[in-house]
Design a protein. Structure first.
Length: 74
């Protein structure tokens, strides 16, 4: 039985989804859903906005370069 991969950010076990093939090929890192949930307790490392994407430590626009992702709209 193959062990479940662990989240690259927090270390929790990850259930792979559509990124399964990319992770298995070594082209992507497994990241759990919780590491993409908006974190309103911390500020963006770049611009100081909230919320941040825990996986990056930055707000949505600084992470993805899209203004539409402001205020946790990702």
């Amino acid at each position: 039985m193959k062990a479940k991969p662990k989240c690259y950010v927090c270390g929790k076990k990850v259930n792979l989804n559509e990124y399964d093939n990319d992770v298995q090929k070594g082209e992507a890192f497994p990241i759990c859903d919780a590491c993409y949930e908006p974190d309103w307790t911390r500020e963006c490392e770049v611009c100081g906005s909230r919320p941040i994407v825990p996986a990056t430590g930055m707000c949505g626009p600084c992470t993805w370069g899209e203004a539409d992702t402001a205020n946790g709209n990702w």
